[in-house]
Ligand binder design. Sequence first.
Ligand SMILES: NC(=O)c1ccc[n+]([C@@H]2O[C@H](COP(=O)([O-])OP(=O)(O)OC[C@H]3O[C@@H](n4cnc5c(N)ncnc54)[C@H](OP(=O)(O)O)[C@@H]3O)[C@@H](O)[C@H]2O)c1
Length: 511
Amino acid sequence: MITDHETEALAPLRVGMTTQPIPPPSILVIFGATGDLTHRKLLPALFDLFCDGKLPEGFTVLGYARRQKSDDEFRADLRDSVRLFARHNPGDNERWNKFAAGLYYHQAEFTDPSSCHPLADRLRQLDAARGTQGNRLFYLATAPEFYASLVTQLGDARLNSQDHGWARIIIEKPFGVDLMSAHKLNRHILSVFDESQIYRIDHYLGKETVQNIFAFRFANTILEPIWNRNYVDHVQVTAAESVGVEERGGYYDSAGALRDMMQSHLLQLVSLTAMEPPVSFDATSVHDEKIKVLRAICEMKGMDIDQMAVRGQYGAGQNLAAYRDEPRVARSSTTETFAALKLRIDNWRWAGVPFYLRTGKRMPRRATEIRIMFKPVPHPLFAQEVARGIEPNVLAIRIQPDEGIHLKVAAKEPGQTNQLRDVRMDFYYKTAFGGAPGEAYETLLIDTMRGDSTLFNRKDEVEAAWSLITPILEYWQNTAPTDFPNYAAGTWGPSAANDLLARDRRQWHNP
Ligand SMILES: NC(=O)c1ccc[n+]([C@@H]2O[C@H](COP(=O)([O-])OP(=O)(O)OC[C@H]3O[C@@H](n4cnc5c(N)ncnc54)[C@H](OP(=O)(O)O)[C@@H]3O)[C@@H](O)[C@H]2O)c1
């Protein structure tokens, strides 16, 4: 057993950490409960919350899917997934049995228009048995084509009602495939649920380091004065994946990097980095500031897109197959597996400060990072040979892996010399707080139970992001790429992405 004293030595900031109040009991209905998302992310996250004592007494999961299964079979399947993907081990029978007693399964067909009526009966029975007080969370962990009809069915069965307890709906990404489809989906959901009941997930927002952008920016006086065009030269956001499309070729080939990553995760990171301080940390104030950033980003049109956007697709390299040879990918696919954008934010704070974004598959390593690249000093006191290789200050916010924040500064080498060297001041979550931060889904699930939508997307944010991305999607659809594949698997993307920055006398900094 580790004493408090030892904990402090190992992870000094862990001692004295606060805990949040436990939310009221509820039933989480997962549509698509036999699927990959439920098994790899949702149930492991719930088990970890349970083990950390964060779930309320009586909390219940009702899995909803097509195949026949008893409650016990459902529990046994989930135990296997929890063993593989949770932080805690379900090997302890007493702990697992207590958690599993709250897991139930409901077999039904999404396409049956009346399937939510028997569901309503089942929920009433569970409320009585488990003391969940009529509080319901509906999680659409299904293919997007089912979102609209499931929402209709929930409304028909009056499961949107908040007469006895609350009703909330969680909608997975992708939310639409372009501006028009996102708008249509929003309109439909809003015809059944109120905006305050809707939680549109972008799991990046649940990541500890992403939330820490708020704290870092707005709880430290030293940063705010320099967080603007006077001191910042430009910003780079990289979300690199080392994997290819894995088993998702079917989905990915109709989506591509722009839809899959740029519209959601990367634009979220930009809006958090660039937003003004909200008046408070309630959901409305935060969303109000984030949307202003998205609205201030200049839309790209027509030929601009050739200058400010780059697409790529990986070919074979380092013994890895080309994208077009991946399973369930068309042999002549023109889907981009890499995208880079140069964004201009037309507002007082950021005028003239470009934000360069890039994301890609089959890059040399998995890393997501925001780099704030500061301007060089106004007057170089150190002779060039002394400061050779020294770059202006960089603040890197590492979202994954090795979550942390690093500041690069110039320092003098020791001894009788004036030679300078870049040094890093590092903050790692793992070493400071002990252990890697919890999974994003843990934070997001508990927030929905508490009714806190700060880390979710509001209707206007989703649509504003689509309105920036849709013209690029359309332009690319109408001008087929002639050079695909244009980067080798295991490299940092096509040379055109380097040219995008080289034209501005800058270069990418690889995380
Ligand atoms: N997987 C991830 O890591 C991940 C990450 C981010 C977002 N998402 C999003 O999350 C959603 C779910 O993804 P997934 O990977 O979990 O999908 P999946 O593995 O294909 O699972 C689909 C689920 O839907 C059920 N289902 C399909 N058709 C049905 C029908 N007609 N009636 C009843 N149930 C039906 C399946 O039940 P049966 O098995 O019984 O047929 C299964 O439980 C998608 O929108 C995806 O884009 C997934």
